[in-house]
Design a protein around this ligand. Sequence first.
Ligand SMILES: [Fe+2]
Ligand SMILES: [Fe+2]
Length: 144
Amino acid sequence: MNYIEWREDYNVGHPLIDAQHRRIVEVINTVYNLVKGQGDKGDLSKALGALLDYTVEHFTLEESIIDSIEFPEGEEHKRLHLKMRNRTQNIVLRNAKEPYAEIAEETLSLLKDWWLNHIRTIDVRYKPYLDNLAAEQGCGRDYE
Ligand SMILES: [Fe+2]
Ligand SMILES: [Fe+2]
């Protein structure tokens, strides 16, 4: 069983955003399995590096979409992204100094909570604006 199981109701309805969210959840599951299985140290560093890369890539895309839909809570949303990005960076740095010791159960559950909370309660707030845009353009959910 995965540490985080993706559920269809986590989708915000934008294919690329949803695909990126799923990819982030997958890499958190990989980190979890490496820590639990006491896998290779290099693999854990790689997985955490991938998590940071995907996080940065995702926030960049999401922020450009948020700007294009004139979401009124955009600035606050970006501030939360910056916080999560810095926290993820700290995990990566701590792991580089002291592999395994700092990637404790607590860190794993923080990652899980940040992401599930962000996707389900923060990201979901721009969903109506995406839906409005799609309705205005008469193009359903085709945002690509
Ligand atoms: Fe977000
Ligand atoms: Fe997101």
